[in-house]
Design a protein around this ligand. Structure first.
Ligand code: ARG
Length: 590
């Protein structure tokens, strides 16, 4: 379905043309003065020079051509030469009726669907998830859902940090604690036990301990590096132990991501490409892309136009060890071979921007990707506390994600119980649903690249630009619809009955709804979930305004009431579809 703004621009362009002026001048934009008109066109001002005419004369000519327009109720030329536009109610009603009839409410299927791999989440094995993992999960999940809904072929890959130094630290500490384990007997040739010799809580305790100790104790650190080396070189027992570490961690990660309503199609990690590294290194050497610099193997990625420092991309360290770069490049090579994407999107902390610039340049230069493969870095900012510094626990530690979620759910439960006067199982479940919306909306309503302040009071508020406010609006609509049914109304039969608006607030609600396809398209094209937040916030406001001005259930004219019920159903469906794209859902009541 054509976007509303395009539709009305076309009507305006036709008028410019009919009056003898260039079509391009007829571009329409939303009004700067919503008190005077709904839309405006400044084309007459722009055309004055070209036609050697006062803008108001051009505007008058165009307005005359629009006297019997089926789109504009009013097209008014005002000094010095603006065209102030008000849409016809019938036109708006028809547009919304058209939206209702379409599966995706007027969003068109893409002409050229593309295949996209989204790399997001990026947790590190054996370390508990902390608040730093919240943003890549929330943003990546939403970007994935938006692109998929927009009609593209999407693969979300978690890209686990499962292969580096932390693995060696954990294995070494296990060796210190339980040297008798069969995994450390390098002469052992039998099968290893199916059961892991540790639990997830042990793992989570081991990593920080080992990490701290390795910083203080050089000998301990050397032993851990030796373990990493053995693991990466395929020593059987170390691999078997590592398999346990991965299996146990993945079960726990899945549980945690599930709570966040985050789902990955692929659970690949840095280790997945380990065996591809020699092949990639050979390819880079043979192609003449890589050379030795101070013992290390590097690819130069500097370009003449660079104004900032652009260090070479290191492929192998002087001791021959692979780095974070190496696994990322090998992963690109694998993805191009297996998934063959048109586009790769990385949702990673914006502090890694320069790093990804190097990796992308290197991938292009070495032709790991095709000339037209798009590489996109979507860098996100930091979640700060109220003091403006990265969010910490009360005693200054790194906050575990579970605890953060619990804090927000507890606050939500408090507010919901205050509203209802009872705390029961249903209230607890509702608090989780609304808590997730509070958390995700609080994040996604900001431009991803910006830092934002985690403000639990604001995020959980039922008023303002918040998740709970959006859900509250949906629940309100659901309760009106339920009442309509209780009174004998049939929702299915009234569903298509949308009519031309009869009040200004109803028309404003429709105009807010009509921006659906344009907003989703922009959110997809700009990888910007915040655009969907802005859309639903406006829509929720427009709905609540209409609701306060209109006695819906009390309306005696049944046909009129049915039209409103149909409009409410569409509003509910659009809001629910949009929040699903953000990765949360609405309860039945709050
Ligand atoms: N595990 C990494 C970290 O903790 C993030 C991974 C980001 N993705 C990637 N392809 N490098 O910093």
């Amino acid at each position: 379905m054509e976007k509303l703004l395009d539709w009305i621009s076309k009507e305006m362009m036709n008028a410019f043309e009919a009056a003898g002026y260039a079509r391009e001048l007829g571009k329409v934009s939303p009004s700067n003065r919503p008190d005077l008109c709904e839309y405006q066109c400044n084309g007459a001002m722009a055309g004055a020079k070209q036609y050697h005419k006062a803008p108001i004369m051009i505007a008058n000519d165009v307005a005359a051509k629009l006297a019997d327009s089926s789109v504009f109720e009013k097209a008014e030329a005002v000094a010095p030469g603006f065209l102030n536009l008000t849409l016809k109610n019938e036109f708006v009603g028809d547009y919304i009726k058209g939206m209702r009839a379409e599966e995706k409410y007027g969003l068109e299927e893409p002409k050229n669907p593309v295949k996209i791999v989204i790399d997001y989440g990026g947790p590190n094995i054996a370390k508990p998830l902390h608040v730093g993992h919240l943003r890549p999960a929330i943003i990546g999940e939403s970007v994935k859902r938006i692109a998929r809904y927009a009609g593209h072929d999407i693969i979300g890959d978690i890209h686990l940090g499962d292969w580096g130094q932390p693995m060696g630290l954990v294995i070494n500490e296990l060796k210190v604690r339980k040297p008798e384990l069969v995994y450390f007997d390098e002469s052992y040739t039998g099968e290893y036990p199916k059961e892991a010799p540790f639990t997830i809580s042990e793992l989570e305790e081991i990593y920080p301990y080992a990490s701290k100790r390795s910083k203080e104790d050089a000998q301990y650190k050397a032993a851990a590096m030796e373990c990493t080396f053995k693991l990466q070189n395929g020593v059987r027992g170390y691999r078997a132990l590592w398999d346990h570490i991965i299996a146990i961690s993945v079960v726990d990660l899945k549980k945690n991501y599930e709570k966040l309503n985050v789902e990955f199609d692929l659970w690949n990690g840095e280790s997945t490409v380990h065996d591809l590294i020699p092949k990639m290194v050979a390819y880079m050497k043979e192609g003449g892309y890589a050379h030795i610099s101070e013992g290390a193997l590097v690819v130069d990625v500097k370009e003449e136009t660079d104004t900032k420092e652009m260090p070479p991309c290191m492929i192998l360290k002087s001791d021959g060890a692979a780095l974070y770069n190496t696994t990322d490049l090998a992963t690109i090579m694998m993805r191009m071979d297996v998934e063959k994407p048109d586009r790769l999107i990385y949702v990673v902390d914006k502090r890694q921007e320069l790093y990804f610039e190097q990796v992308f340049r290197c991938a292009r230069k070495t032709k790991l990707v095709n000339g037209d493969t798009q590489l996109k870095f979507l860098g996100f900012g930091t979640m700060n506390g109220k003091d403006g510094k990265p969010f910490k626990t009360r005693d200054g530690g790194v906050m575990r994600l579970e605890n953060l979620i619990k804090e927000i759910n507890d606050e939500m439960l408090k507010k919901i119980t205050e509203n209802r006067g009872v705390e029961d199982e249903e209230a607890r479940q509702t608090a989780q649903v609304v808590g997730l919306a509070a958390l995700k909306y609080g994040d996604l309503s900001n431009q991803a690249s910006k830092d934002y302040i985690f403000d639990i009071d604001r995020f959980t508020s039922f008023e303002g630009d918040t998740g709970p406010y959006i859900l509250y609006t949906i629940v309100r609509i659901k309760s009106i619809l339920a009442k309509y049914q209780e009174n004998g109304g049939n929702l299915e039969t009234v569903r298509p009955n949308i009519k031309a608006p009869v009040s200004d607030s109803e028309k404003q609600l429709m105009l807010a709804l009509a921006k659906y396809n344009a907003s989703i398209e922009a959110a997809y094209e700009e990888t910007a979930p915040y655009k969907i937040c802005a859309y639903i916030y406006d829509l929720a406001n427009a709905f609540n305004h209409f609701y306060h001005e209109t006695k819906i259930i009390g309306e005696e004219d049944e046909a009129k009431k049915a039209g409103w019920i149909a409009l409410l159903m569409l509003t509910r469906d659009v809001l629910e579809t949009a929040i699903d794209l953000l990765g949360f859902s609405a309860p039945e009541r709050m």
